[in-house]
Write a new protein. Structure first.
Length: 299
């Protein structure tokens, strides 16, 4: 009997790609991680509109091939250490992956108890905390969430070497007890509505480190470091410029904006992965000053 305890996945989990070799196609991995991040953000918005979730890859390990992921919650433009929220999101993701994928083959049996829900199919069991099960029922009504999870599972099919997919509590232990076979991953959700959009805009709270500043309100590009990458973006927040003009704060190299960033993306036709094309700063939540050690390029 294979048994998965969703509670063990609440602090992070490892995506397990079953392969005969300890490697995986880069597009397959990238597509799976992007789809996972999309699903997590949708789940977070449905359960708590004030929370934004960032999915972080902590390690890549062998053992077929594994990617260890965790979640970080943000609230009001600030990082927050909220294990309850992140654990719930990770639980919803892993619960949905197993329950609904197994249900594609034949109906599962569900036993609802006070503190937990037991989902069985044949000799396989998934034990889900009751709060995670209830949250999953809410999130599963969102077609965008269903589509994102389906896209994550389909990503494994990009690599012909992948024979199965699973989720395990850690990246160094044995393979997950329950591995979803390749043919099961290929079955689409009946209710899914495929998003054929070529372009989309994703909004997320971000930490932006200032490289170049623009002194007047305009569409001219500020320079920032974001996730270790240099980007250019105009600031569209009128309240920011009012505070700036009133000398409420001054700007120096290395200062940080905690802000809502609009990321314009275009889907790659080959991989199905969305690639960033341009950026806009929609709202500046907070300006954080750093020690004044140099002059900032101004325009």
């Amino acid at each position: 009997m294979a048994e998965i305890r969703i509670a063990e996945l609440s602090t992070g989990f490892s995506l397990y790609f079953e392969t005969p070799e300890e490697r995986i196609n880069a597009y397959a991995l990238a597509s799976a991680l992007v789809a996972l991040a999309d699903a997590a953000k949708i789940a977070a918005r449905r359960l708590d509109a004030t929370i934004d979730i960032e999915i972080v890859v902590e390690a890549l390990n062998s053992g077929s091939f594994r990617a260890r992921v965790t979640a970080i919650a943000r609230e009001g433009g600030m990082f927050v250490k909220n294990q309850l929220v992140t654990g719930l999101i990770l639980g919803v993701l892993s619960s949905y992956v197993y329950d609904h994928t197994l249900n594609k083959k034949e109906p599962t049996q569900v036993i609802v108890n006070t503190d937990e829900v037991i989902i069985t199919q044949g000799n396989d069991r998934i034990i889900v905390p009751r709060n995670v099960h209830d949250a999953t029922q809410v999130v599963a009504t969102d077609p965008a969430f269903v589509q994102s999870v389906d896209r994550m599972l389909k990503s494994a099919l990009i690599d012909s070497r992948v024979t199965g997919f699973g989720i395990s509590p850690n990246s160094t232990g044995p393979p997950p007890e329950l591995i979803l076979p390749r043919d099961l991953l290929a079955i689409p959700e009946e209710s899914i509505e495929i998003d054929e959009r070529k372009n989309r805009i994703v909004e997320e709270d971000s930490d932006l480190y200032i490289v170049k500043a623009i002194m007047e309100e305009s569409n001219r590009m500020w320079g920032f470091r974001w996730r270790g990458v240099s980007i250019s973006a105009p600031i569209k927040d009128p309240n920011f410029y009012k505070d700036f003009a009133s000398h409420s704060f001054t700007i120096a190299p290395g200062d940080e904006f905690q802000a809502k960033l609009a990321i314009h993306q275009t889907k790659d036709d080959v991989s199905g992965v969305y690639k960033n094309t341009k950026y806009e700063v929609l709202t500046v939540y907070r300006h954080i000053s750093k020690p004044r050690t140099g002059r900032l390029p101004l325009n």
